[in-house]
Design a protein around this ligand. Structure first.
Ligand code: SF4
Ligand code: SF4
Length: 534
């Protein structure tokens, strides 16, 4: 085995990328035919210091020393390089495991926990009713989502400005699920070094069987997650009913679960952290949301450099012994000692790995730690910055707007519109205006809705059609309402208000009711003309 890495020397032609033992330390670009010994010999004679070696993509992958100009999980020609992280057990790993278990329990429980008349989260697409923690939204209420989403977005901005990728490393569902995936992988294929060794060996029937078993377990896990997701859209009782009856009873739901399972399996088995790098918009926004005072996971280069083994050094060196345990523990395959990088998801595995090394060497911990870039340079960290003020103000604005908007939600949706066609009719000495009334009960219980009219009501006014109506839970009624005013009492346009009250006394709507009629002076002159013509 290699001195520094857990990869057999003989099985590591450097130009192939990820299998390199790392002993060459990025000092040249070897060719496909270069043997490990030749590469190390070539590097040992390279006079350039590490800092001036041109960082090329091939070098980074060849030598296992990723740098700022490369994406470690992309190999030569854009080939996928799959990191095989080594488990770094420590306080952060234990804390993240606990948080992960709690979050998964929460994700699974939310469609089960009843809040009010529905599960805590139930996005009922079939009836277009969305239940969120006791509130029910209909498609007509979707404009509220703008305030909720923007409020959450600005909250995340403020969180990122303060604590960097805390969401990515600790709470993002993908991170939480990938932690489970890596546990499955460790259980079946062993820890990082063992997986690397197996990957370097020629495929055998045993390897293929192990691979098949691993992917079957990952597919099973993806199926469970897909069913858990479906419960958010069809409710748990309905999901159980569908599962009991089989795919033929709900072919569309079955197809949806099958596609979701496929996508999740692809993500678990292959795509993994590439999602954060390539697809996640939040990941791409990081660089503009953070600054040098944001809490990040960083390497204390002042303390760590120059790195190397104390026993082999002629002059005093830093605390980093260049064991590369932080690199091997990293699920995205980066070397945090190169500084803040796009791929870092803030999982803290490198902190645990390095603290373990420091503990063994009886040196102070936290060579890699949570700190700001200014803190890592030994300067004070400023907590409150202008960008944070802006994000918090926007968050408060969004939260206030969302609260006001949600407070306008009523137990029923009422629509009251004038019928198409003529705005009014004059018939048998009466002026008639026609309207269409729709009441949608947004509660599971039936309710009687009463109509009344407020305002400067003209003499003889009457509203025909319905005065009160029982609407079933989640039900909807539609009626034509006709307002009549004796033409003799008609003077001018009247702006009244239709008030709809539920059986619980809640005013669910106040709608404008405008009575239109003929212009009397025009009418009189018309009548006068008619008389004169006769
Ligand atoms: S550099 Fe450290 S914190 Fe960042 S992804 Fe790698 S192990 Fe996690
Ligand atoms: S784990 Fe610590 S000591 Fe080892 S290479 Fe990383 S930073 Fe240096």
């Amino acid at each position: 085995m290699c001195d520094s890495h857990n990869v057999p020397k003989e099985a590591t032609p450097c130009a192939s990328g990820e299998r390199c033992c790392g002993a060459c330390k990025g000092k040249s670009v070897p060719t496909q035919t270069t043997t490990h010994e030749e590469t190390v010999a070539a590097h040992s004679t390279d006079p350039r210091p590490d800092s001036v070696v041109p960082p090329t993509h091939l070098e980074a992958n060849c030598t296992g020393t990723p740098n700022l100009d490369t994406v470690t999980t992309f190999g030569a020609g854009g080939r996928r390089v799959m990191p095989q992280p080594t488990l770094a057990s420590g306080p952060f790993y234990r804390a993240r495991s606990l948080v992960g278990i709690l979050l998964i329990a929460l994700y699974l429980a939310l469609p089960w926990i009843p809040v009010g008349h529905a599960p805590a989260i139930f996005l009922d697409l079939a009836t277009r009713r969305f239940h969120l923690f006791g509130l029910t939204f209909l498609t007509q209420d979707l404009w509220l989502a703008f305030f909720v989403v923007s409020g959450l977005g600005f909250g995340l901005f403020a969180l990122t400005a303060l604590w960097g990728r805390i969401w990515c490393g600790w709470a993002c569902p993908l991170t939480v699920f990938l932690d489970i995936v890596r546990r499955i992988e460790r259980w079946i294929e062993g820890d990082g070094p063992e997986r690397k060794r197996r990957a370097a060996e020629p495929a055998t029937p045993q390897t293929l069987l192990r691979n098949l078993f691993k992917h079957s377990v990952l597919a099973l896990f993806a199926t469970l997650v897909a069913h858990g997701l479906l419960a958010y859209f069809v409710s748990v009782p309905e999901l159980l009913r569908m599962m009991a009856k089989g795919p033929s009873a709900a072919p569309r739901a079955f197809a949806l679960v099958a596609v979701t399972t496929g996508v999740l399996w692809f993500c678990f088995a292959w795509f993994r952290e590439q999602f954060c790098i390539v697809l996640c918009p939040y990941g791409r926004l990081q660089s503009v949301l953070t600054d040098e005072h944001t809490l990040v996971i960083g390497y204390d280069s002042q303390r760590g450099e120059p790195r190397g083994k104390a026993s082999k050094a002629a002059s005093p060196i830093g605390d980093c012994v260049d064991c590369q345990k932080c690199v091997h523990a990293c699920p995205t395959g980066i070397d945090i000692r190169h500084g803040l990088q796009l791929e870092c998801i803030g999982c803290a595995a490198c902190i645990d790995a390095c603290n373990g090394v420091m503990e063994k060497l009886h040196r102070p911990k936290n060579l890699i730690r949570y700190d700001s870039l200014t803190g890592l340079k030994g300067q004070p960290r400023r907590l409150w910055r202008p960008r944070l003020t802006l994000y918090v103000l926007l968050l408060l604005l969004g939260a206030t707007a969302a609260s006001i908007a949600v407070s306008t939600l009523r137990s029923a949706n009422v629509s009251f519109t004038r019928m198409t066609g003529s705005p009014y009719f004059v018939e048998q000495g009466n002026l008639r205006n026609q309207f269409l009334l729709r009441i949608l009960n947004k509660r599971p219980d039936p309710s009687v809705f009463t109509l009344s009219v407020e305002g400067d009501v003209p003499p003889g006014f009457a509203l025909q059609g319905v005065s009160h109506e029982e609407v079933q839970g989640w039900g909807e009624i539609q009626h034509t309402l006709i307002s009549t005013v004796p033409l003799s009492a008609w003077e001018h346009e009247r702006r009244l208000t239709l008030v709809v009250t539920s059986s619980k006394g809640e005013i669910v709507a106040r709608k404008p009711l405008t009575i239109l009629g003929p212009n009397l002076s025009a009418l009189n002159s018309l009548e006068q003309n008619a008389i004169e013509t006769k």
